[in-house]
Design a protein around this ligand. Structure first.
Ligand code: NAD
Length: 496
């Protein structure tokens, strides 16, 4: 049994709190690791080391920081498969999906390699006689990332790439369910030349999080996870004066209009609903079938499900792996019972898949038709391989349904009608919109974020908005006077 500990000051540090949590291989159901849970005292020690490192790192020239980010890119790229294997072993997603996660995460490092241009300020000459103004952006100091289990490498990369390139020290508190990837990343960052203390990992649960949220030396908090915790993080950290971006859960709808290419829409719905066993915040969990398309799309999706290869993610043949824990798998499966009890039709019940009886935490791909907004399976974020179909008569009804959702992460429409697609883009209340694209995760040089209860705070994550989030602005007004013209003038400074 291996133990997973903290990464502080550029080295592995064993936990001393005596508190640990179990980590499983979801494909076998076996416990493989214990992860240390940091106490408040251990968090204090880690933040003190990070605060010292931040003082040095903000002095490093932009070309040095750029060079380090290029090396970070190189080592992450070279060791991508190792990170992917660690993700599969603890999260359960299939290897190709884990490799895709790493690749999309590395996009954020590529973006951060352009840090000199991203941080360049503005200059205005002669704003008054002999007076110039320029703006600069400076790092905040120590910033924190608290991340979810479903992207144990990519979501930390969403945060630390820009945070470190901007000149901050970054403290990561990964999910306790799959913490191994964070430790591999920590070692690789050290190998790439990230100075000791600039990247820290504290493992833990609520105690570590609360200690970070209230720590006076932490300036900003990036959080990604479920909506109730996102709200708690936002409120607690903001109360102690920190800058916060807290990304929450989702319930992403995909509207299928009668003119859509049904084969393409069904392929997209299956890929986006069941990829990573539905454990993606951008997964499609509701298909909204408009008009007479409903029977056709339900049967096209249903036809594809028996062909999905479900198994251990480490097996190259598998397309869908298990869920992260047994408790989560059982909770996801319970929605199939409540759906039936509440009047929906379970078209495909994943509990009939042979893998459901394995020791691993498997559930087959499940499809529920005739879902109505009041039902549990519609109201809750299930976060598993369960796709609901809601039938409506018109496009207006479909958009109304989406816009009445408390979440606003992703939203997609499948149609061949450009006019309707454009209207959808204008009307829909969601932060990321796909037109014939089911999972519209923005590329690394745009920013990612939802609306409503999918994001608390003002700033989206990664990309251009991350540069503002991880720095603060300073505007300098300067004069280099000719002593010969100097006078006393008590009037308010004028520019003309
Ligand atoms: P979670 O909210 O349970 O945990 C996220 C982090 O918060 C973890 O590090 C965890 O240790 C910590 N945490 C959990 N309970 C806490 C508490 N009571 N106090 C303080 N910290 C606590 O989320 P999860 O189950 O790991 O991840 C799945 C959720 O994340 C889903 O809701 C999914 O939609 C969401 N998610 C959102 C995005 C996005 O970009 N909006 C991306 C990925 C995942």
């Amino acid at each position: 049994m291996e133990r997973i500990s903290h990464w502080i000051g550029g080295k592995l540090v064993d936990g001393e709190s005596g508190r640990t949590g179990p980590v499983f291989n979801p494909a076998t159901g076996q416990k493989t690791h214990d992860v240390d849970f940091a106490s408040t005292v251990e968090v204090d020690r880690a933040v003190a080391v990070a605060a010292d490192a931040a003082q040095e790192w903000r002095r490093a020239s932009l070309s040095r920081r750029t060079e380090v980010m290029f090396r970070v890119h190189q080592v992450l790229y070279q060791h991508g498969n190792e990170i992917a294997r660690a993700i599969t072993a603890q999260h359960g997603k299939v290897l190709s999906d884990a490799a895709g996660e790493v690749a999309r995460g590395i996009e954020n490092v590529e973006f951060a390699c352009g840090i000199p241009g991203l941080l360049a300020g503005r200059f205005a000459e002669q704003v008054s006689s002999g007076v110039d103004v320029h703006s600069i952006r400076q790092p905040l100091g120590v910033v924190v990332g608290i991340t979810p289990f479903n992207f144990p490498a990519m979501v930390p990369m969403w945060m630390f790439a820009s945070a470190i390139a901007c000149g901050n020290a970054f403290v990561l508190k990964p999910s306790e369910k799959d913490p191994l990837a964070s430790m591999i990343i920590a070692e690789l960052l050290a190998e790439a030349g990230v100075p000791d203390g600039v990247f820290t990992v504290v493992q833990g649960d609520r105690e570590a999080v609360d200690a970070l949220l209230e720590h006076p030396q932490i300036q900003a908090v990036s959080f990604v996870g479920s909506t109730p915790i996102a709200r708690h993080i936002y409120e607690t950290a903001a109360r102690s004066g920190k800058r916060v971006q807290a990304l929450g859960g989702a319930k992403n709808h995909m509207i299928v209009l009668p003119d859509a290419d049904i084969g393409m829409a069904a392929d997209a719905a299956v890929s986006a609903a069941y990829g990573s066993a539905g454990e993606r915040c951008m997964a499609i969990s509701v298909v909204v079938a408009v008009g007479n398309v409903a029977d056709t799309i339900v049967s096209a999706i249903g036809d594809r499900l028996p062909r999905l290869r479900i198994g251990d993610g480490a097996n190259e043949d598998s397309e869908m792996g298990p869920l992260v824990t047994r408790e989560h798998r059982d909770k996801v499966a319970s929605y199939l019972d409540s759906a039936t009890a509440q009047g929906a039709t379970v078209v495909v019940d994943g509990r009939h898949h042979p893998k459901y009886r394995d020791d691993g935490f498997f559930l087959g791909a499940s499809l529920i038709d005739q879902v109505e907004p009041g039902m549990d399976c519609y109201r809750d974020e299930i976060f598993g391989p369960v796709l609901s179909v809601v039938r409506v008569e018109t496009y207006e009804e479909a958009v109304g349904l989406l816009n009445s959702s408390p979440w606003g992460n992703g939203a997609a429409i499948f149609t061949r009608d450009g006019g309707i697609a454009r209207r959808f883009q204008f009307e829909v209340e969601a932060g990321m919109v796909g037109i014939n694209v089911p999972i519209p995760v923005p590329v690394g040089y745009f920013s990612f974020g939802g609306w409503k209860q999918s994001l608390f705070g003002d700033t989206h994550i990664y990309g251009p908005e991350s540069i503002n989030f991880y720095t603060r602005a300073k505007v300098v007004t300067s004069r280099w006077p000719d002593p010969a013209t100097s006078t006393v003038d008590l009037g308010f400074p004028r520019t003309r």
